[in-house]
Design a protein around this ligand. Sequence first.
Ligand code: UD1
Ligand code: UDP
Length: 436
Amino acid sequence: MKIAVVLGTRPEIIKMAPVIDEIKSNNSEVILIHTGQHYDINMSKQFFIDLNLPVPNYNIGIGSYTAIKQVSVIVSELEEILQKENPDIVLVQGDTNAVLAGALASNKLKIPVGHVEAGLRSFDKDMPEEINRLIADNCSLLYFVPTKETAINLLNEGVNHNQIFVTGNTIVDACMRHKDIALAKSDISDLVKFDEYITLTMHRAENVDDPERLKNIVNSLINLPYNIVFPIHPHTKKSLINLGLYESLKNKENIQITKPLGYLDFLALLSKSKLLLTDSGGVQEEAITLNIPCVTLRYNTERPETITNGGNILAGADSEEISNNIKNILDKAEVYQKMANAPNPYGDGKSSKKIYNIIKESYDKNELQIKKAKEIMDFKGYHLYNITEDITVKQYETKNKYSIIQQVFNEGNPENIEENLNLKNKIIIVKEFEKT
Ligand code: UD1
Ligand code: UDP
């Protein structure tokens, strides 16, 4: 089995590393394609070193073009690479331009796409990432989703439940595999000048490309009475310099700005911090994995489980909200403990194994293919039923041969659809087909 992996940015390298390990240790072939969207050593190569990854087979070297040019050049370069390599499946991860381009190119070439971290939704179409996720999900055959709640997003959009797999998030695999090594090997404590500190990361376009919001956040940061360590993303550094805001942060005694850190250094930094302040997606997930309370510099999150589980609070870009929330967490021991002990919704660190096994099983059954028109039955419509008998999803679909259950509601709440779920006393919406 030959699996191509398309990646382009720091979080994709980190989150795909355990999957790449799994492919290699099962002796399947992996073709690694780096789009080159992140290209600085400390945004890309350092992670290949820290995570023991093979050198990519291809590097498209896209660099910092506009999003339109990035996507169009990657799609066109991938056409040649994928035609030459002819993989059984292409894996993409998350919501970057690499994901959009990878999913589009594979789809046009009729190569099945597996989307790792599929189904996340912020419902904010102003975010480039939301559009990338939506389009990539529309091009996918296999959906590897981190939680049941995420699976429900896809069911609501009409994806068949038998293509959705709740695997957890591979960030937990990466975190668990590397935390002890990070704490043993990293000399981050020598670099950090404080004993107690908040870790800050920020790079989201809606914050750093919006002068008003960036000014608000900076204004809040320079007035916070806490020590802050801020490994700065190059995008953010450029925006701060352009707006003349960089020096005001750099000159503060209690704010330490560092270059972007390698993975081991960052894990060690975050593990030892009191609190996380961030607009990153991946770092919100790491915080709840490492039991660090998180305040998110956004008005919405596609990781709502971190909030409902109690480990994360949204503060937006509002000075007062940011400082009041931090103060409330750090000054009240019971609030702090509750947030730090929030259960991790992202799994047990075995996501990459699950993902590989699902792909392999699908390949072995000859199901790693996009269905041809003649294999698809004629769609009759959606129907709603109130189920009174004792019957599981699998039994219902075996009995009603031309039906696929699309949604299940239990006392008004949607549920994830699993084969062994008992449908008694539940309302279901079914996609019905007929044989022509
Ligand atoms: C990208 C992703 C974002 C993800 C983030 C992870 C998209 C639309 N955005 O945002 O979803 O959360 O990566 O970090 O795909 N730059 C450098 N060196 C680098 C890379 C970037 O200096 O190695 C600077 C350039 O000035 C560039 C800017 O950062 O113009 C933005 O880079 P880009 O890759 O477009 O977006 P990110 O903000 O990194
Ligand atoms: N990260 C890192 N060094 C840093 C900042 C972040 O290694 O200086 C890692 C972090 O551990 C996480 C990932 O980068 O796994 C998150 O990437 P980022 O915040 O850039 O993107 P997002 O997750 O928001 O897409």
